[in-house]
Design a protein. Structure first.
Length: 196
């Protein structure tokens, strides 16, 4: 938690400064006694803020001042879970971030990045962990199942694409919805084949 003798307005500024890449302001705040590992009300730390926006110089400084590269927010997410650029992911890993860390939901940084639609980030992390990014494989598999000659196949593909786009936009897991669509398609094809 944040030191009790630090005014909250000053604390709020360390997350803003870190997220905005204001290295001089971050240095000033740390030198005034702000803990590099302090959490805001949501568990976010200055390292999470700097990592999210890819401010490598701020990350470097915070770590040099005792910032924990694997500090967790209240969901168990480390800064590697919030990076949005492959460069920032690579930098954190080079600084010792645990690419295999699992948050409270059991998700890894690579899987989280893939679910957020940050494909290049997911691939950068997966280089280290060896994880298979199933989302891409599932999309390919769905496309192969859907190949056909009639109008229903086109409608099916549009439905699948819509679900995938919605998932990329909001990050919600729609695996069950996709399985349902595939099941419907398979059942329809079985019925059509049995009529022949």
């Amino acid at each position: 938690m944040a030191p009790t003798n630090t005014p909250s307005i000053q604390l709020a500024n360390i997350w803003t400064a870190a997220g905005d890449g204001q290295l001089d302001r971050v240095k000033e705040l740390v030198e005034s006694g702000i803990d590099t590992n302090c959490h805001d009300d949501f568990g976010y730390t200055p390292l999470h803020a700097a990592a999210s926006y890819g401010h490598l110089d701020v990350i470097e400084y915070l770590v040099s001042q005792g910032g924990n590269i694997d500090i967790e927010d209240f969901d168990g997410d480390t800064p590697l879970f919030v990076v949005e650029s492959p460069e920032a992911a690579k930098f954190l890993i080079e600084k010792g971030a645990d690419a295999s860390h699992r948050n409270h939901e059991g998700t890894t940084p690579a899987i989280n990045a893939a679910s957020e639609g940050w494909r290049e980030v997911a691939e950068e992390i997966a280089k280290v962990t060896g994880e298979t990014l199933a989302e891409e494989e599932e999309e390919d598999e769905l496309a192969h199942v859907a190949v056909g000659d009639d109008e229903d196949d086109g409608a099916f593909l549009r439905q699948v694409e819509q679900v995938i786009q919605q998932t990329e936009q909001d990050g919600l897991n729609r695996d069950e919805q996709l399985r349902g669509l595939v099941s419907q398609m398979v059942m329809r094809q079985i019925q059509e084949d049995s009529k022949k």
